[in-house]
Design a protein. Sequence first.
Length: 302
Amino acid sequence: HRRFDYRPKTDPYCQARYTFCPTGSAFPVMKEEDVIEVYRLQAPVWEFKYGDLLGHLKIMHDAVGFKSSLTGKNYTMEWYELFQLGNCTFPHLRPGMDAPFWCNQGAACFYEGIDDAHWKANGTLVLVTTISGTMFNEMAQWVKYDNETGIYYETWTVQASPDKKSTVWFDSYECSKFILRTYQKLADLGAVFKKIQTNYTSIILFSGEPIYLGNETSIFGPQGNKTLAAAIRDFYNPFKPHQSVREFFVDLFKIIDRVILNHQFYLFYNLEYWFLPMKSPYLKIIYEEVPLPVGSKASFGV
């Protein structure tokens, strides 16, 4: 996933149904000698609105919690879409604009408190490691860098087949990937993780080798490819990004229908368009184990 120099200003056209990170706060500076517990948090997506419906599909949202032993304060950190999932997955087709218009950014949110009931009720709240105040402060610096340079949300993982060793053409970039990067950073700083099973959701498309099509200018600009531009617009036409979660799933099934009927998918990734020659089983939602990391520093004990 490509890193960018800075986060672009958001276009006023892009409106969020729910405010992004409404109670977000700055990272506190922890005392060096503090001992901070680190918790793995996971619950079904949109559980607050739709019960555990998506829990049955194992579409989970991941976060990480911290508890300072010196102050007794708890904190939650997560990474999610600025304009909800529909906008990160499908573009808007705006009148008078040839190119599809994307409202797609993801970012980290850090706030005081852990909503124990939310994570425990249908999900997970489990201690995975303890770190020092110094490690926490170094992680906070890294999060700022990660947040300013990894800006686009990517819903789909694209790979050649369901086989474990299959080629991954494109990797997703969403909430769980941020948590995995955070754990890896902590491990590199010397954190030693407990030996527990940790599972994550992936939405996977299966495709033959992707074909590079170009960027917005080369396809939709004055010298662009009119036929290709029309095909891409036509592909995205059924989908409506400003929408409820229920409508998002209706659209998801529309896309599956098109993908299976026509064996094709147009992917927008790091500001470039790719054609995916789709193949069976086309799409899978999987919930599989990703082990907690082992650090690059030598360390002993648990």
